[in-house]
Design a protein around this ligand. Structure first.
Ligand code: 5GP
Ligand code: MG
Length: 178
């Protein structure tokens, strides 16, 4: 296994190996299976970064459930400094449903704050958050993810779905910037 990799102009060092990542994903999946027992959740996966986490997580979920994928796109708001995000791809109704958002990483918390605001308008019964990675030190908006596979320090990471400039999503370990 490579300890150091290069993507474009940056070097990254091995940080979290696949075996540990998948062990921690299994741990939260088991908690979800227990805590959401009797419910039929709809998992909303935030593309692109969460695709690999979602695949591994969903293999461990034994609840009757549905999975759908959304993309958040920024567009320039009416006043130039607004960073407005809109949800694309959510075609099914989530009214009255138990929603679980599946995210790659919670960093500042801005993305999730906006996503939750938008989803609440669609009147789900409840919204839970599952994230592969959580950077508590980077948090600017108060987000309390219900299911966190791994907490990490405030360093930039790639792999297991996460990219640097579009690359590195296919790496099966997580690497940290040097
Ligand atoms: P937020 O700051 O809104 O919580 O996170 C926004 C998005 O930034 C995340 O969903 C993720 O796509 C990206 N992001 C945050 N931290 C990292 C990181 O360490 N590495 C990579 N590759 N993306 C990150
Ligand atoms: Mg994301």
């Amino acid at each position: 296994m490579k300890k150091i990799i290069a993507i474009e102009d940056k070097q990254f060092e091995l940080f979290i190996e696949q075996e540990l990542i998948e062990q921690e994903i299994r741990r939260i999946a088991e908690r979800m299976n227990a805590e959401l027992k009797g419910k039929k959740p709809v998992f909303i996966v935030v593309l692109n970064g969460a695709f690999m986490f979602a695949a591994e997580l969903m293999k461990q979920i034994s609840l009757p459930s549905e999975i759908t994928f959304v993309r958040l796109a920024s567009y320039i708001g009416t006043s130039s400094s607004d960073d407005v995000k809109k949800i694309f791809g959510l075609n099914e109704s989530i009214r009255g449903r138990n929603v679980v958002i599946v995210e790659d990483i919670v960093d500042s918390g801005n993305t999730l704050t906006i996503l939750i605001e938008e989803l609440k308008k669609l009147k789900p019964q409840e919204i839970k958050i599952a994230t592969m990675l959580f950077k508590p030190a980077a948090q600017r908006r108060k987000i309390n993810p219900d299911y966190v596979a791994m907490e990490i320090p405030n360093d930039f990471v790639v792999g297991y779905g996460l990219d640097y400039g579009g690359q590195g999503r296919n790496l099966n370990n997580i690497y940290r910037i040097k």
